[in-house]
Write a new protein. Structure first.
Length: 161
């Protein structure tokens, strides 16, 4: 059975991230659900700083999540700190963090997903889409239906309409 390359990369990166940053790839991947779609585009978790423990200290103390935020996103992260802490702890399955530290840093926008190869439509396919769209009274809706139909057929490998 063939494994996706991402699974192999995650298997290598997870132990390194856990040791160096106290993070897992899963937490980074889940950041859009934790922080929310718009905020996650302007911020990302960098590491979890765990408190140093004394040699005889067996008590667990939660760590501090360090979040990089660009521009005004830092203010939004600050306002949502309580919610972010709760969501990270729910994701981790235990009270892993109790504070959030915000670092002003430029965050790269998420990469656009790769679009599949699109094939050109035949005249018959275009005519069929136009005929189906004619049933709508609103011109904007009619154009949206046409665009949707063209995109679906262009991304589909065969020429069924």
């Amino acid at each position: 059975m063939v494994k996706p390359a991402s699974a192999l990369v995650n298997a290598v990166l997870d132990p390194v991230l856990a040791k160096r940053a106290g993070l897992s790839v899963a937490l980074i991947e889940a950041w859009p659900e934790i922080a929310g779609g718009r905020l996650s585009q302007m911020s990302c978790p960098l590491k979890i700083e765990w408190p140093r423990r004394a040699p005889g200290d067996d008590d667990f103390r939660p760590g501090r999540l360090v979040v990089a935020a660009s521009g005004a996103a830092g203010l939004h992260v600050q306002h949502q700190t309580g919610e972010i802490i709760g969501r990270v702890n729910a994701f981790m399955g235990f009270a892993a963090i109790d504070r959030v530290k915000i670092v002003q840093k430029q965050v790269a926008p998420p990469a656009e997903p790769a679009r599949p190869n699109r094939r050109p439509l035949t005249k018959a396919e275009r005519a069929r889409i136009d005929a189906l769209a004619e049933g709508f009274d609103d011109e904007a809706l009619r154009e949206s239906v046409r665009r949707f139909g063209r995109n679906v057929l262009a991304e589909r490998g065969n020429s069924r309409a």
